[in-house]
Design a protein around this ligand. Structure first.
Ligand SMILES: Cc1ncc(C[n+]2csc(CCOP(=O)(O)OP(=O)(O)O)c2C)c(N)n1
Ligand code: SF4
Length: 315
């Protein structure tokens, strides 16, 4: 169901909203791709927002009495942020019903989680909230592991990645030896009004997706592949480059879905080899040294090619 007309899209980086709703000086790591993503998301969402955060790295952002946000913040356990969002949405609706809150002053309810919560521990409560058609936004900053507790594998960890719980060794030279879950497809099977993948290296695409989502009442879901310097063993200065390479190699497909209908919003003119992305990251270093793991590298490239072939978009 649509609630507002769609806002005009922005055309270039110069047209991004200048307002900042997350201020500098946070305790997260330098070069955190998730934080940059969140900064762009809040430019689109504004400050009339309640963020419901599942335990993770970003819980450190807002610890009483300090906060970098202009908006409100509620912290929940890992599995239940969407249930927390339901409570906040219900409370706002009751206040509006009792005429104690002007509908003009209504707040957007935004769940914010890492991939450990989104792909694993919190999936049941997310599925239930989507099924109930809860009117909320869901932002997952996906650093492809449990970041806050030292980078253990999550259900988003890709094939070939080293994590604290998938060390490359004799039994598993590749590190993680099976692929990640496809959360986009899992969410999409619920046919929510709006669902998108986003990237901190594509802010225009990101902002336009939020503008488009705004017109729908119901769940509006966003997943961002978010470079994580300590976990990925990369230099903080490389985060935007890595986010861009993830898109240019086809590893991270930028797409959206409206009521289950998927469309890609950006298709690289020519796809770069996945190695260009992998070789810059310490978590994949064992695939190159002391010897190249040809089979593993080939399989990673094939998985990406298979994805784009499925959509007949590989040029
Ligand atoms: C049920 C439960 N198990 C374990 C933890 C400990 N814990 C706190 S944050 C965290 C990592 C969360 O990972 P993710 O959701 O990917 O977010 P990130 O830390 O990467 O930001 C864990 C395991 C917890 N809070 N609750
Ligand atoms: S560990 Fe990674 S996701 Fe967590 S704050 Fe640091 S850079 Fe960001």
């Amino acid at each position: 169901m649509e609630k507002t007309p769609e806002a005009a899209p922005v055309r270039s980086i110069k047209d991004l909203p200048s307002e900042e709703n997350i201020l500098p000086g946070t305790p997260v790591c330098a070069g955190c791709g998730g934080l940059l993503t969140l900064r762009y998301c809040l430019k689109a969402l504004g400050s009339n927002v309640v963020i419901v955060n599942a335990a993770g790295c970003f819980t450190l952002l807002s610890i009483y009495p300090f906060t970098p946000f202009k908006s409100s913040w509620l912290y929940t356990a890992m599995a239940c942020a969407p249930a927390g969002a339901q409570g906040v949405r219900d409370a706002l609706d009751v206040l509006i019903e009792k005429e104690r809150l002007d509908p003009e002053d209504d707040l957007k309810v935004v769940v914010l989680t890492g991939d450990g919560a989104a792909y694993g521990m919190g999936l049941a409560s997310t599925s239930a909230a989507i099924h109930r058609n809860l009117d909320f936004y869901y932002i997952c900053y996906n650093n492809e592991a449990y970041g806050n507790t030292g980078f253990q594998q999550s259900e988003a960890t890709p094939f070939g990645s080293k994590t604290g719980t998938t060390p490359p060794g004799k039994t598993s030279p590749a590190g993680k030896d099976f692929p990640e879950k496809d959360l986009f497809e899992i969410w999409n099977s619920h046919k929510p009004p709006y669902l998108a993948t986003i990237s901190p290296a594509h802010p225009v695409d990101l902002i336009n997706k939020f503008k488009k989502a705004e017109k729908y009442r119901g769940p509006k879901l966003f997943i961002a592949l978010s470079p994580c310097p300590p976990g990925w063993a990369t230099d903080p200065s490389l985060s935007v480059k890595l986010a861009k390479l993830s898109v240019d190699t086809g590893i991270w497909a930028l797409k959206e879905s409206v009521y289950g209908e998927v469309e890609h919003t950006y298709i690289p003119k020519s796809f770069k080899p996945v190695e260009d992305y992998l070789k810059l990251q310490g978590r994949f270093a064992h695939l190159f040294k002391p010897t190249r793991q040809e089979e593993t590298l080939k399989r990673i490239q094939e998985m990406v090619d298979d994805y784009w072939n499925r959509y007949k978009l590989l040029l």
